[in-house]
Ligand binder design. Sequence first.
Ligand SMILES: NC(=O)c1ccc[n+]([C@@H]2O[C@H](COP(=O)([O-])OP(=O)(O)OC[C@H]3O[C@@H](n4cnc5c(N)ncnc54)[C@H](O)[C@@H]3O)[C@@H](O)[C@H]2O)c1
Length: 329
Amino acid sequence: MPIKPILVIGGAGYIGSHMVQALRKANLTPIVLDNLSTGHEESVFDTKLIRGDMADTALLNQLFAKYEFSAVMHFASFIQVGESVKDPAKYYMNNVVGTLNLLNAMVRWKVNKFIFSSTAAVYGEVRYTPIDENHPLAPINPYGHSKRMVEQMLEDYSRAYGLQYAILRYFNAAGADPSGMLSEQHEPETHLIPLVLQAAQDPQKTITVFGRDYKTIDGTCVRDYIHVSDLCRAHLLALQALRQGMQSCTYNLGTGQGYSVQQVIDTACEVTKRPIKVVEGERRPGDPAILIADARSAMQELSWRPEYPELQKIMEHAWNAISSTELSS
Ligand SMILES: NC(=O)c1ccc[n+]([C@@H]2O[C@H](COP(=O)([O-])OP(=O)(O)OC[C@H]3O[C@@H](n4cnc5c(N)ncnc54)[C@H](O)[C@@H]3O)[C@@H](O)[C@H]2O)c1
């Protein structure tokens, strides 16, 4: 019997649009719900896209009745830490209240498989590194809190209503589909790799290094970059495991390997063969020196392995995607 469609909320965004293609490659049928607040219609290609908001109960009822979804993958949220500090209401309304509305629709329509995009921001101040899933949860900004609140709701809904969930805590998502057909396009962009590549593309642009006095290999902050295609494979494996009866679970997704800001800039120069102008900045409050995932649970329990753990490949794919846009514009 064919598997019923999968509802991908936020499927027009950076990670969601990659997921939609990964589902199609796996012969599954994604249907996208996206309000296009930060997403891009063209990133969905010819997959069914419903333009709408997860806070719209009537719309959700209509969709759940029509499509009889077998599972929901949830990528829809606002994601800028700085903005969440200035405007927490926006974050709690969308990321928490919107998700609550979605979960209630799932309970009503008896759809009980759910995959949630969470984040390393739920850990807050780093007590030890690499960070495993047992690290204390103490977010330090409304974005992180909003994700932690949803995690708590999932635990409670699972106990009370039998929801089966996989919480996937991404570290720094990066790269692009190797084909070059999709790219990371946030507005404004706050992620290091696309910013560095934009500085390579446009001689008017610079990249700011926030602090060179951290206790790291070269004084700049170290992060764990995980290729977006590797994230998508982890989602497919988590979905399969939930279908096979795996209990609800929470996994970190990262490579377990860190790269410094300076290493990212050096690699970008190598890959793009272009000069990149660097500006020195002060440390930013709340930036830990090192943020690296211990993702062994996902590796052991889902048999997941990052296919592209090297920064060079992540950067090549991201550059390939950006350059395709450069050529076509
Ligand atoms: N990008 C990263 O490095 C990273 C790291 C950790 C976690 N995450 C999480 O991964 C998820 C996807 O991130 P992304 O980088 O692809 O973000 P994105 O902004 O590119 O995508 C989010 C998508 O959700 C849609 N959306 C937002 N609110 C909606 C709503 N109420 N109803 C319907 N659609 C809505 C947007 O239009 C957009 O298409 C987010 O939940 C984010 O918190 C991302």
